[in-house]
Design a protein around this ligand. Structure first.
Ligand code: IMP
Ligand code: MG
Length: 178
């Protein structure tokens, strides 16, 4: 497997296609155990989670809904940095079992802000399913319920994840070469 170059940086192979595929199947089994009778709502966080979510939901054979949300960030309202607003949540999730599907939890700030936003509309439950978690990078008190891989702090691309908008299309995950 070859390195790839995106913009000015080189990335080396990290998680290959079959490793990801096997883990996604395992996650789907864990999710099925909990949610098969709950008709859950999967909220896919765009853009990064689109490939992971599409592979994951193809492994599920029970009633579920799949919706897509996006977080727009804008500056200046907080000294702690960007505040993100949720776009695209048009579905009524009141009293529904919600599972957020993310590509990666890094500092955790994105989901730390998203979860309370969703709680305002009173879902029955909220869980987080993330393909990747950079556990050492977490700066907030956040616990994902379903985690594909715990990885080191190094930047990753591929399988939906980008570096400055490039790299999402690769079927496996690459890590920044140092
Ligand atoms: P957090 O709010 O710091 O947890 O960041 C989460 C978001 O940052 C993810 O949904 C990604 O969009 C982006 N991100 C964090 N780390 C990486 C990475 O290594 N590669 C690509 N995107 C990343
Ligand atoms: Mg993302």
């Amino acid at each position: 497997m070859n390195n790839i170059k995106l913009h000015d940086k080189v990335f080396e192979p990290y998680l290959d296609k079959s490793t990801i595929e096997n883990r996604v199947l395992e996650l789907s089994i864990d999710i099925t155990k909990v949610y098969k009778d709950q008709n859950p709502v999967f909220l896919v966080v765009l853009n990064g989670a689109f490939i992971f979510a599409s592979d994951l939901v193809k492994c599920l054979d029970f009633d579920c809904e799949i919706h897509f949300i996006k977080l727009s960030s804008y500056e200046g309202l907080s000294t702690t940095g960007d505040i993100k607003t949720v776009i695209g949540l048009t579905e009524n999730i009141e009293n529904r079992a919600v599972v957020i599907i993310e590509d990666i939890v890094d500092t955790g700030k994105t989901l730390y802000h998203l979860v309370p936003e969703l709680k305002k509309v009173h879902p029955k439950s909220i869980a987080i399913c993330t393909l990747l978690q950079k556990t050492e990078a977490l700066t907030v008190d956040l616990k994902a319920d379903f985690i594909g891989f715990e990885i080191s702090n190094r930047f990753v691309v591929g399988y939906g994840l980008d570096y400055d908008n490039l790299g999402r299309n690769y079927p496996m995950i690459y890590q920044l070469k140092i």
